[in-house]
Design a protein around this ligand. Structure first.
Ligand code: NI
Length: 180
């Protein structure tokens, strides 16, 4: 496994619509594993392939089902599967209710903003074994999967903010980068 370099906004690859994956071969499986390792190394909860310079519809996510958008554990709910590998994911339905989550992004390092999104989404995707699955996501998982699918469409969480705020966070992220 390899730890990959994460692209930082405003890199143009982050703005491209990612290509669907036609075939799940060994290179896609290796990509998923490398992305998982990179996500863990960077302490991220999700990572989309464009963030490591691969413009393909592939994402990894590591969030338990029982964590709320504020990061608190929800009593009485099981953690469920927390690691997801998704190929060609698609939001097939979303709730009318909304939830607000403080989001950050490895491609906009050390910048955070409150983002409001549908509270629940249903996603159809292909897993690492080529199986087509449909899954309901709530709480932090929902915010995270929507954030990652946005990456596959060339969209960043800062795009939900005013142009002024967005440009400011991207500028600040660049400064953080130069301090590293
Ligand atoms: Ni992100």
């Amino acid at each position: 496994m390899t730890i990959l370099t994460i692209l930082i906004a405003p890199n143009p690859i982050l703005r491209k619509k990612a290509q669907p994956v036609a075939m799940i071969d060994e290179s896609i499986k290796k990509l998923l594993k490398d992305m998982e390792e990179t996500m863990h190394a960077e302490n991220g909860i999700g990572l989309a392939a464009p963030q490591i310079g691969v413009s393909k519809q592939v994402l990894v996510m590591n969030v338990p089902a029982n964590v709320d958008v504020d990061g608190e554990l929800i009593e009485g709910l099981s953690a469920g599967p927390d690691l997801f590998f998704m190929i060609n994911p698609e939001i097939i339905n979303k709730s009318d209710e909304f939830a607000t989550c403080q989001e950050g992004c490895l491609s906009v390092p050390k910048q955070y903003a409150e983002i409001t999104r549908p509270a629940t989404v249903w996603v159809r995707y292909i897993d690492e074994n080529g199986e087509i699955l449909e899954h309901e996501f709530n709480y932090l998982q929902s915010a995270c999967v929507q954030h990652e699918i946005d990456h596959l469409n060339g969209k960043l969480f800062v795009d939900y903010l005013s142009t002024m705020k967005r440009d400011m966070l991207i500028r600040k992220a660049q400064k953080v980068l130069h301090q590293l």
